[in-house]
Design a protein around this ligand. Structure first.
Ligand SMILES: NC(=O)c1ccc[n+]([C@@H]2O[C@H](COP(=O)([O-])OP(=O)(O)OC[C@H]3O[C@@H](n4cnc5c(N)ncnc54)[C@H](OP(=O)(O)O)[C@@H]3O)[C@@H](O)[C@H]2O)c1
Length: 333
């Protein structure tokens, strides 16, 4: 495993991180979840990403149990707050009340005294940004989180938060967690240039486009049994965006490129996001341990510019680049 600094902070994280959205507490049984975490640890992954909302809060519990007994100092545990965790109007968003309550719930479920990184899962247009930043600052001062970050915030939103931190002497945001893959490059135009200037690292999600970039979904064919596209508990809905025949056909055409590079398609996809120097880690998901073992081999891989150009030409206009796609809900969910 290779390690990178998270932005301009002193925190080192494994450049391949393991995330448990869709899987833990939902798509996969606890045994499979534990086997994936065990494989991740065995392969040198030290960075684990979850969120209060995943699987209706069960995902944090599963991860907490799977990591029990592992030396806490050898792990970086990341979680998030924003999406609903209960029925009430204050069980969501980035108000001071919800942040203070949600961090306590996350720590309890994860079985830890602190998380290494606490992330705003989206931007909350209903809460003054100053209230959110002060609550995050207090979470840090209370020792419940060591660093703070955001997810899917637009460049101007990150910039506004940095200004408040500067004016008030709060800890700065050190990370941004956007969707980023060969197919989805919306951060490149605005978020990455700002973050490079400001020392904020990207921890990118769905680097394999939820499994699509493995090439296992064939155009015009039913998805393989047990894959996310067959997961009726929610996975199928999320991966649907990438399941059109135009995307699947282009992805099939990446196969010879991966073969020539001596990589599996999944490894090529993970290696691709890691070529961006502003990326601190790729968060991979897995429904079985063999996938983790496959994906981690992307660590340390360098792709040459000619190969990157062939990927661009092969995917052509199915690549999404419009920065307007970085969006948070206009009102609280
Ligand atoms: N901040 C946010 O808003 C946000 C949103 C989404 C995700 N995330 C984070 O990012 C993490 C990763 O997201 P993701 O799970 O969508 O990432 P991903 O790595 O793009 O997709 C993972 C899925 O692809 C399939 N897969 C992975 N490796 C494979 C391989 N080698 N061969 C065949 N299939 C393979 C598996 O699904 P099947 O086996 O079921 O097909 C696996 O669960 C999440 O767990 C979460 O921590 C954050």
């Amino acid at each position: 495993m290779e390690f990178r600094y998270l932005g301009r902070s002193g925190l080192k994280i494994s450049e391949i991180a393991y995330g448990n959205w869709i899987t833990h507490g939902s798509q996969v049984e606890e045994d499979a979840a534990r086997a994936c975490v065990a494989a991740a640890l065995d392969e040198g992954i030290t960075t684990f990403d979850t969120a209060d909302v995943y699987a209706g809060t069960r995902a944090e519990e599963v991860l907490g149990r799977a990591l029990k007994g592992v030396r806490r100092e050898s792990l970086e545990i990341f979680t998030k707050v924003y999406w609903p965790t209960g029925p009430g109007p204050n069980d969501r968003g980035l108000s001071r009340k919800h942040i203070m309550e949600s961090i306590n719930g996350s720590l309890r479920r994860l079985g830890t005294d602190y998380v290494d990184l606490y992330q705003a899962h989206r931007f909350d247009y209903e809460t003054p940004l100053e209230e959110t930043m002060r609550a995050f600052e207090d979470v840090v001062r209370q020792g419940k989180a060591l660093y703070i970050g955001v997810s899917e915030w637009r460049a101007e939103e990150i910039e506004a938060a940095l200004k408040i931190a500067e004016a008030r002497g709060f800890d700065r945001i050190i990370s941004s967690q956007p969707q980023y893959s060969m197919l989805h490059r919306v951060i490149e135009a605005e978020v990455v240039p700002l973050c490079e200037r400001e020392g904020i690292g990207q921890i990118v999600w769905s680097p394999i486009a939820q499994g699509v970039l493995t090439g296992k979904y064939l155009p015009g064919q039913p998805p393989p049994a047990g894959s996310r596209a067959t997961d009726a508990q929610g996975g199928a809905d999320f991966v649907k965006a990438w399941m059109g025949d135009d995307v699947l056909t282009r992805v099939q055409n990446l196969k010879p490129i991966a073969e020539e590079a001596g990589l599996t398609m999944a490894q090529l996809a993970v290696a691709w996001v890691l070529q961006n120097p502003n990326v601190s880690a790729a968060i991979v998901g897995a429904s079985r341990p063999e996938q983790v073992r496959d994906n981690v081999k992307a660590a340390g891989v360098e792709l040459d510019p000619a190969l990157l150009a062939r990927i661009d030409a092969t995917l052509g206009d199915v690549i999404t680049r419009d920065p307007a796609n970085t969006q948070s809900p206009a009102t609280r969910p």
